[in-house]
Design a protein around this ligand. Structure first.
Ligand SMILES: [Zn+2]
Length: 131
């Protein structure tokens, strides 16, 4: 399951940071998830809970922040909300050949909160894409 490997990657990264920061218990993790990252929030929350079991993250809350997808056309100055399912044809000129995705594929840890450590320790490292 896609969400399971994401959850395990997130837990792994947070665990490492928490250990380095001398955390006793991680209380919450905030994630930025793009609209096109292919993540079902409920499934991710479920997998996150499973992945946390028995680690320093046991019982931690997962907060996901959704990022709307936007695209830009190379042929005209238009940018638009891609939406779901993705609309990759420029609404301005109708072309779909030179479309650049500006946002929507984000999948990154925004912040982590834990006890016995600095609150709100930040990491901006993106999670590697699943092969
Ligand atoms: Zn255009």
């Amino acid at each position: 399951m896609h969400e399971m490997s994401i959850a395990m990657a997130v837990v792994g990264q947070v665990e490492e940071a928490a250990r380095a920061g001398g955390a006793r218990a991680v209380t919450s993790v905030r994630l930025r998830v793009g609209e096109l990252a292919g993540v079902v929030p409920d499934a991710l929350a479920f997998c996150f809970e499973l992945a946390c079991a028995g680690t320093v993250l046991d019982g931690a809350t997962l907060v996901t922040e959704s990022v709307p997808a936007r695209a830009r056309c190379a042929c005209c100055p238009g940018t638009w909300a891609v939406g779901m399912p993705p609309e990759l044809c420029c609404p301005g000129c109708g072309r779909a050949t030179d479309v650049e995705l500006l946002s929507g594929r984000e999948l990154e840890i925004l912040s982590v909160r834990w006890e016995d450590g600095p609150a709100g320790a930040r990491t901006r490292e993106p999670i590697p894409e699943e092969a």
